[in-house]
Write a protein that binds this ligand. Structure first.
Ligand code: NAP
Length: 252
């Protein structure tokens, strides 16, 4: 399945920006969503300069009504929505002793409510079209509680579980659902990390691999294989062993 029309949230930077360029290179018409209009317009100019088609939709995904309007506007501008990628996300880390509800709410508003709203806005459109591919960008960090990342890990676990239910519910209606679980990717989000980021990919490599693997509409895309394997194994560990393995990182 090669989508001809793609809505991408979080297209102003990082993985979403690279994915928009990748889909434009593959001939898709793209709707670019994020809060900052300038980088979106710059990206749209680059895409159109190379002969592609891009539609800019500035939106804050933490406002569900605005997200719905943005998705509807994108469908009108592009003529259909073959794929919707809920990629916008934020991540702060902080030790549980210093975690505040303000920072937890921010993460919930973007990573959970924002992603759910983006996906749900597309469902009626795809049901009417009779096809479509819903994609959420969660994280390998959602597979188990990571030290100092309680809110982020929990938000990504919530998104993965949500996507799984949607995949099952929507299977009879020819709407495919994919959960993308990246490991570390070099983007503005990870620039500030001081901890080691093993097997970190560039955003271009991540975008290429995501777009290629999405063609088969799998239930899940996880990378790199080393961290995918390690986190799959970590899920099987009893808590007392898991705590010993990752516990040292909690003191940072
Ligand atoms: N980088 C990694 O190692 C990594 C690993 C696993 C998963 N992920 C996930 O991949 C996704 C993309 O991350 P990234 O690394 O590319 O981060 P990034 O470079 O910081 O990009 C985040 C994108 O989300 C948008 N965004 C943030 N808040 C928003 C809001 N309220 N409304 C609309 N757009 C919003 C930002 O645009 P504006 O600021 O213009 O709104 C930006 O385009 C995230 O969901 C992240 O959790 C990343």
């Amino acid at each position: 399945m090669r989508p001809r029309t793609v809505f991408l949230s979080g297209a102003s930077s990082g993985i979403g920006h690279a994915l928009a360029l990748e889909y434009a290179r593959r001939g898709a018409h793209v709707a670019l969503a994020a809060r900052r209009k300038e980088p979106l317009e710059e990206l749209a100019r680059a895409i159109e300069g190379a002969g592609g088609k891009a539609f800019v939709v500035p939106v804050d995904v933490s406002d569900p009504a605005a997200v719905k309007e943005a998705v509807i506007a994108a469908e009108r501008a592009l003529g259909s929505l073959d794929m919707v990628v809920a990629n916008a996300g934020i991540g702060h880390s902080g030790h549980a002793a210093r975690l505040t509800m303000d920072s937890v709410n921010e993460i919930i508003d973007v990573n959970i409510r924002g992603a759910f709203a983006t996906i749900l806005a597309a469902v009626p459109i795809m049901l009417l079209q009779g096809h479509g591919h819903l994609v959420g960008v969660s994280s390998l960090a959602g597979r188990r509680g990571l030290p100092t990342s309680g809110a982020y890990s929990a938000s990504k676990a919530a998104l993965s579980v949500f996507l799984e239910t949607l995949r099952i519910d929507l299977a009879p209606s020819k709407i495919r659902v994919t959960d993308v679980q990246p490991g570390f990717v070099a983007t503005p989000m990870t620039e500030k990390n001081k901890h080691p980021m093993p097997f970190k990919w560039t955003r271009d490599k991540a975008a290429r691999v995501i777009a290629t693997r999405l063609e088969r509409a799998p239930a899940m895309i996880a990378f790199p294989w080393q961290l995918t394997l390690a986190t799959s194994f970590a899920r099987l560990l009893p808590s007392w062993i898991y705590d010993r393995v990752v516990g040292g990182a909690a003191d940072r």
